[in-house]
Every structure is written in structure tokens, then in C-alpha cells.
Design a protein around this ligand. Structure first.
Ligand code: NAD
Length: 543
């Protein structure tokens, strides 16, 4: 019992290390990459704090070297999903009653462990498992996850401090209770930070969680559980289960105690969850909170006044960093006809210098796409690129899955604003360019707004202020994260809260107080100090 109102430390964004030749971090990373490459862990599920092994095993393999085995993980089933729910329910009362400063300290400690002794574990695991170069791993698995944990603690404190006013003689209070039931967190393959944030944001607010990571990321997910344990997270607060997505998903979603879903992944999977929850609605004890950040078809819209070097760089980085597998990656570009020949030359020059290969070779800007299914899906769009369809390859268009899943940075030029790759999310290193007559700026902004169902990120590139304002207005609902003279990727926690609307999600902005609001259910208390002792009011008296 502490008779004090504590204040959490003021959060700061974790600084990105350079990994330039000769730096200590580069040497530490190389050693850790080597160590993890031969570690071959036997990865259990974690239910109620206990490792659970089934003997049914899945392989962890690097996407850039599919013949190599990194480790194996145990695959669970319906029974394990139900056990995880039970474990979450068992841990709930004690965790929800744990004072905020104790809950906060667990995640602040996790952040500092990650910034220090665990930094290269997370970088190396992410480079091996997700096929990220060191910069992409550092900004994701280290900096963004640390930022999620530091900033969410501050946002939680801000939320708890938000209290109603009280008239004389009374005291009004609002409590931010954890949700009644458990939260289901389901994470995608592409960010270790998202995998870490989806279960921990609800847990910070006093909830207990069943977490299903993506199977391709189990090697990294394993270290998230180990780090949280090292940081002092009590058993059963976060329970990690694996298994067939639909079997686990159906079991958990059909449970009457489901209180919320914290999902990041593709639009069809989230829509399936929402539909199933809708069908189940009468069986739940409370209306489940649904938070889903989903797909995108992110645009870069260039005005004729934009700087060409900046435009080429925004497109090269925006479309091809992490092989175009960021939810925010640029995948369609609107370029003035008059500027395209010059821009194309600059892009060809930049893309000609892009190297692709193993992330351990630090000269590589690009690495492999996540798995065979993704490789096949992305390349299945290439046969559509024909003169008959009004499309041609400007750059790339080749791929190989001999050693790993490598797809060249690919630029398609189309004369059709609604060409298939201008509408659908490919989630790979493919950028489609549509050129427009300079005079049709306003009309083309309208096309950009309406061509795809998504609204995640987008950029406008222009020097003329009026062109920026016009785009900002016309594209008001086309992106939840809108950039001016920058690439549409690289949002930072605490600086650009991230999320989109339309088919891109519920826009609850990961890493912001808006997200945390979804994991609490408020109780309002009114207390009177001197309550009335008679029911009559003055207007009722005769004189
Ligand atoms: P995915 O939808 O294929 O899988 C996401 C997760 O859902 C995985 O863990 C998967 O196993 C699980 N899943 C699939 N079917 C399920 C079911 N029936 N029940 C329960 N779980 C189920 O997505 P992905 O390929 O891992 O990730 C890429 C997608 O994620 C892209 O569409 C991308 O745009 C999106 N994404 C969005 C954001 C954002 O903030 N908006 C961030 C990252 C990724």
C-alpha cells in the first residue's frame, strides 16, 4: 500500500543505432546473428506461464534461405486454445487488481531490457525470421517496440487522470476497469513490434490475453515471451498459443467470455472475425471490442511542382524497403505526364543500385519476401502486365525461389487508373505508376480517392502550397496517415499515431491513448457527502 500518486517517467523515443562499420553494435549484432543461427530452439506454447509441448512440430526457416532450419515450434489445437482462455481467466482477478505502477513497471522494465541486453537478440531474431536488413530490424523490433511500451505507459496514466468535474457537496469519479473477460490478440508476420504490442497494450490496462502469433514469426515470438517473463510479467497474463488459424480463431471467438479482439493483418481475416462475432453476438457476456488494423493500397501523389530527387527517393524507399511488406508501403503512384520521363530515369538509376540478398550481408537494401505463399501470390499478378491490359514493366518483374523468396523491385506503368495492381493489395515489392495530364490534377485526386477500398497511408509531393492544400482536402478520407513531401512509411510512436479507416481498419491508432481507450470499460461513481433527508423540492411548498 503506497500513500502516494506516482508519475511515470516521461517517455522518449529510442534512438536508432547506425550499425556502421566499426561500431560496437555492429560487432555485437554479428555475434548474435551467428549464435541464433545455430541455436535451434524447441519453441513451446506458453499457457499459464508453463511451456506446453505437443510434439507436433512446425519449422522456423529464414525466408532468404529456405533450406536452413532455425528452430521448431509446437503446434497446438482447440484444447490448447481453451486452456489458454482458462489460464487468462485464472490470472485476471489478481492482474486487474494489481496497482497501475506495478503493471507499468513490468512494461517499462521490458523496454529497458530491450534497449540494453536484449537488443541484439531481437534484431538478430527479426533479421533471420522476417528477412529484414539491420536498419529495418532496428526500427521495428527494437525502437518501435520500446516506444510502444514507454509511450503506452504514459498514455495509460493520462487516461486514468482524466476525471469528471464535481459540484459542491459531491465527488464524481471515473474508474478505468479492465474489460470483463479476456482479450484475443492476433498478430501478422511483418513487424515484431506489432507482435509485441498487440497482447501487451490490453495487458497494460489490466486485461489478460490469449495471443496467437503468425506461424512464420514463431522464432521472434518466442523471444517476446521470454523477455516479458524476464521483465516480471505474471504467469497467465499473456498466453501464447499456436495452431491452425481457423481452428484457434473459431474456438476463441466463439467463447462467451471474449471481451475484445486486438488484430493486425489482412482485411479478409478481420472481416471474417467481425462477421463471426456478429453471428455470435447474443452469446457473449459483454459486447466484444473489435480493434483491427488491416490492409492498404497506399498512394504517392506527385504534383508537377514537386522536387524530382525527393520524389524518386520517396518512391524507392516507400515502395521497396522491407520488400514492400510494410502495411504502409507505397504501392500506387500518380505522376504528372510531363514529369514521368525524368522521374523514371532517376528511379531507374536508384533501383539499379539496389542490392538484394541475405540480410547478414549489410550491403543489401532488400531481402526476401516472407514465404512461398506470399511469393506465389505476388508473382501471380505479373501475367496481368500486358500491352492488352494497358500495362508494362518499367523495372524488375523477375523473381526466383531457388534459395529463398526473392522478387526484384518492380515498377509497372499503366494507362488504366483501375488496373488490378492499382486496386488490390499485393503486399510485395511492386509499385504501379499511373500518369496524368498536369491539368487534370483535381480529377486525378478524385480517382485516387475512389480507386481502392483502403485508406491507410498516402503522400502528396509538391512545392506549391495550394496543391498541398487541395490534395489534403480531396484525400481527407483516403488515408489515416497522410504525409506531405515524405514517403508514406516509417510512422513513429508518439509522433505519428498509426492506423487507417475504410477497409484498412478501425483506425484505433496503435501506440496512442486512442487505442488504450478500447481496452477499458469505465465505471462512473457519484458520491454525495450530505445526502438529502426528505423527498420534497422547494417548488412543492404552498407559499
Ligand atoms: P493475415 O491476415 O494472413 O494473418 C494475420 C494473422 O491472422 C496471422 O496470425 C494468422 O494466422 C491469423 N489468422 C488467419 N486466419 C485466422 C482465423 N480464421 N482466425 C484467427 N486468426 C487468423 O496477414 P499477414 O499476411 O500476416 O499480414 C499482412 C497483412 O497485414 C497485410 O494485409 C497488411 O496490410 C496487414 N497489416 C496491417 C497493418 C496496419 O497497421 N494496418 C500493420 C501490419 C500488417
Amino acid at each position: 500500500m503506497s500513500n502516494a500518486i506516482f508519475r511515470v517517467p516521461e517517455p522518449v523515443n529510442e534512438s536508432i543505432k547506425t550499425y556502421a562499420p566499426g561500431t560496437p553494435e555492429r560487432a555485437e549484432l554479428k555475434a548474435k546473428l551467428k549464435e541464433l543461427a545455430s541455436l535451434q530452439p524447441d519453441i513451446p506454447m506458453v499457457i499459464g506461464g508453463r511451456p506446453v509441448r505437443t510434439g507436433k512440430l512446425g519449422d522456423c526457416r529464414p525466408p532468404h534461405e529456405s533450406s536452413k532450419l532455425l528452430g521448431r515450434y509446437h503446434i497446438g489445437n482447440k484444447k490448447h486454445a481453451l486452456d489458454a482462455i482458462k489460464a487468462a481467466q485464472k490470472a485476471k482477478t489478481a492482474w486487474a487488481a494489481t496497482p497501475f505502477h506495478d503493471r507499468a513497471a513490468v512494461f517499462l522494465r521490458a523496454a529497458e531490457l530491450l534497449a540494453g541486453p536484449w537488443r541484439q537478440v531481437f534484431n538478430a531474431a527479426t533479421m533471420h525470421t522476417l528477412s529484414k536488413n539491420v536498419f529495418q530490424a532496428e526500427i521495428d523490433a527494437v525502437c518501435e517496440l520500446i516506444d510502444f511500451w514507454r509511450f503506452n505507459v504514459k498514455y495509460a496514466q493520462d487516461l486514468y487522470e482524466h476525471q469528471p468535474t464535481s459540484q459542491p457537496g459531491m465527488w464524481n469519479r471515473v474508474e478505468y476497469r479492465a474489460l470483463e473477460g479476456f482479450v484475443f490478440a492476433v498478430s501478422p508476420f511483418n513487424f515484431t513490434s506489432i507482435a509485441g504490442n498487440l497482447p501487451t497494450a490490453p495487458a497494460l490496462m489490466g486485461n489478460t490475453v490469449v495471443w496467437k502469433p503468425c506461424k512464420t514469426t514463431m522464432f521472434a515470438a518466442h523471444f517476446i515471451m521470454e523477455l516479458l517473463h524476464a521483465a516480471g510479467l505474471p504467469d497467465g497474463v499473456i498466453n501464447m498459443v499456436t495452431g491452425n488459424s481457423s481452428e484457434i480463431g473459431t474456438t476463441v471467438i466463439d467463447h462467451p467470455d471474449l471481451a475484445g479482439v486486438h488484430f493486425t493483418g489482412s482485411t479478409p481475416v478481420f472481416q471474417w472475425m467481425w462477421k463471426r462475432i456478429g453471428e455470435n453476438i447474443a452469446r457473449y457476456k459483454t459486447y466484444p471490442r473489435l480493434v483491427g488494423e488491416t490492409g492498404g493500397k497506399n498512394f504517392v501523389f506527385m504534383h508537377a511542382s514537386a522536387d524530382l530527387d525527393n520524389a524518386a527517393t520517396a518512391l524507392t524507399r516507400g515502395a521497396f524497403e522491407y520488400q514492400g511488406q510494410k502495411c504502409s508501403a507505397a504501392s500506387r503512384a500518380y505522376i504528372p505526364e510531363s514529369q514521368w520521363p525524368k522521374l523514371m530515369k532517376k528511379m531507374e538509376e536508384q533501383l539499379g543500385r539496389v542490392k538484394m540478398g541475405h540480410p547478414q550481408d549489410m550491403g543489401n537494401f532488400m531481402n526476401a519476401v516472407i514465404d512461398k505463399a506470399s511469393y506465389e501470390n505476388i508473382t501471380s499478378y505479373f501475367p496481368h502486365v500486358t500491352a492488352r491490359n494497358g500495362a508494362k514493366f518499367i523495372f524488375g518483374g523477375k523473381a526466383s525461389d531457388k534459395k529463398g523468396y526473392f522478387i526484384e523491385p518492380t515498377v509497372i506503368k499503366t494507362t488504366k487508373h483501375d488496373f488490378i495492381t492499382m486496386r488490390e493489395e499485393l503486399f510485395g515489392p511492386v509499385l504501379t505508376v499511373y500518369t496524368y495530364p498536369e491539368k487534370r490534377y483535381a480529377e486525378t485526386l478524385k480517382l485516387c480517392d475512389k480507386t481502392s477500398p483502403y485508406a491507410l497511408t498516402g503522400s502528396v509531393l509538391a512545392r506549391e502550397r495550394s496543391a498541398i492544400s487541395q490534395a489534403s482536402e480531396a484525400l481527407m478520407h483516403a488515408a489515416g496517415n497522410f504525409y506531405v513531401n515524405d514517403k508514406p512509411t516509417g510512422a513513429v510512436v508518439g509522433q505519428q499515431p498509426f492506423g487507417g479507416s475504410r477497409a484498412s481498419g478501425t483506425n484505433d491508432k496503435a501506440g496512442s491513448f486512442l487505442n488504450l481507450v478500447r481496452w477499458v470499460s469505465t465505471r462512473t461513481t457519484k458520491e454525495l457527502f450530505v445526502p438529502p433527508s426528505d423527498f420534497t423540492y422547494p417548488f412543492m411548498s404552498k407559499n
